[in-house]
Design a protein around this ligand. Structure first.
Ligand SMILES: [Zn+2]
Ligand SMILES: [Zn+2]
Length: 377
């Protein structure tokens, strides 16, 4: 309960203006234009302030109430900031780096949801940057705003990021120049993916390696004696491959699942292969990372599993190129350090030889030579 500062009656839920209370009945008299709200623009607030004050004067509201209502408006107006585009004082500005943009101005460049977009690669960032800058310049936005827009897009660029793949099965693969980041969420169905992956592995088995594999050979022999021989060698071979593939990749294939973000460093995971997804139901493809130090142990393989082939082969060859570049770089570095080691050992030998000559010439004593040699070595 509060006492109305206009009529003096008690009111359960009065309208408040700072410390001033106005009961519903009194407030109705003053609020014909429904002015008690937040104002976006200065002129609008100023206009409504005049209207509201005129009304309360007419109804003979006491001076403290009039002052409180006036303050309701002036507080808002004083709290407004100038838009860096149109120069108008406004409420609710969009912040973009150091600049403020009013709703109206921001609306002009607010296409393609560019502030909500999660970019898949730097190309996407540049595309949107170009588009938004064009609109901003066309609308005559000042250089300070253009700069802020540029700064915003700069902050979205990821160094070394080449591409991001979404499996739409709970995995995302971000490809960088020297590593990948595989994100695996709880949406990733291990059971289903393992089945699909096993099926995809079968498709990818290289025929030569299966035939030369001793298991495959013995399997092939047993199939051949099983009566298919009459059908010809091609059928026998493909039957053998299927059986062998079953032995190597049973229905559910093994791989390592790491929930959350996992960094695949090309120094470590030094081999990558790829199988595209087939057209059948639940047919998936994969990009598989292997560490040669683990000797092809499938339990150590990191696998990105997808069902849509878009961009996947391209991404695979990008990863391969990056891995090769990392390997080349590693070779280059070890070659360079070998050369450095060689040249430093040469110079030590040279130094010792120099002192040996001095010793032979009698310029230094045997003790002096021994001491110098010890120091150099
Ligand atoms: Zn009242
Ligand atoms: Zn503006």
């Amino acid at each position: 309960m509060a006492k109305c500062d206009v009529c003096g009656k008690n009111s359960l839920l009065p309208e408040k203006f700072g410390a001033v209370n106005v009961c519903k009945v009194c407030f109705m008299k003053a609020n014909g234009l429904l002015w008690k709200h937040q104002y976006e623009r200065y002129e609008e607030a100023e206009k409504q302030r005049c209207n509201a004050l005129e009304t309360v004067h007419k109804h003979n509201f006491p001076q403290p109430v009039i002052a409180a209502i006036n303050e309701f408006f002036t507080n808002q107006m004083n709290g407004m900031l100038r838009c860096d585009c149109c120069g108008q004082p406004v409420q609710h500005l969009q912040k973009l780096g150091n600049v403020n943009i009013c709703k109206q101005c921001f609306g002009k460049i607010n296409t393609s949801a560019w502030k909500e977009t999660e970019y898949e690669d730097n190309n996407g960032v540049e595309k949107n940057r170009e588009k938004i800058l064009k609109i901003a310049i066309k609308n005559g936005f000042p250089p300070i705003v253009v700069e802020a827009i540029n700064g915003y897009f700069d902050s979205k660029l990821e160094k070394g990021l080449i591409r991001m793949l979404d499996s739409h099965r709970g995995q995302k693969l971000k490809i960088y120049e020297t590593y990948c980041v595989l994100t695996t969420t709880d949406n990733f169905d291990i059971e289903e993916s393992s089945k699909g992956y096993g099926k995809a592995l079968k498709k990818s088995q290289p025929k030569e390696s299966l035939i030369s594999n001793s298991t495959a050979k013995s399997l092939a022999r047993s199939v051949l004696t099983g009566g298919i021989v009459k059908a010809g060698i091609n059928l026998a071979t493909s039957a053998a491959i299927n059986v062998a593939a079953d032995a190597i990749a049973p229905e559910k294939a093994i791989f390592k699942v790491v929930k959350g973000k996992y960094k695949i460093d090309y120094q470590e995971y030094d081999s990558v292969d790829y199988q595209k997804a087939g057209d059948g139901e639940n047919d998936v493809g994969y990009i598989r990372f292997r560490n040669s130090n683990f000797g092809g142990n499938p339990a150590e393989d990191i696998v990105f599993i997808f069902e849509n082939n878009t961009d996947k082969q391209k991404a695979f060859s990008e990863i391969q190129q990056c891995m090769n570049a990392v390997k080349e770089n590693k070779k280059e570095i070890s070659k360079r350090s070998q050369i450095t080691a060689q040249s430093s050992s040469t110079s030590v030998a040279d130094e010792i030889l120099k002192f040996k000559n001095l010793l032979d010439m009698g310029a230094i004593t045997q003790e002096e030579f021994d001491a110098k040699k010890k120091e150099l070595l």
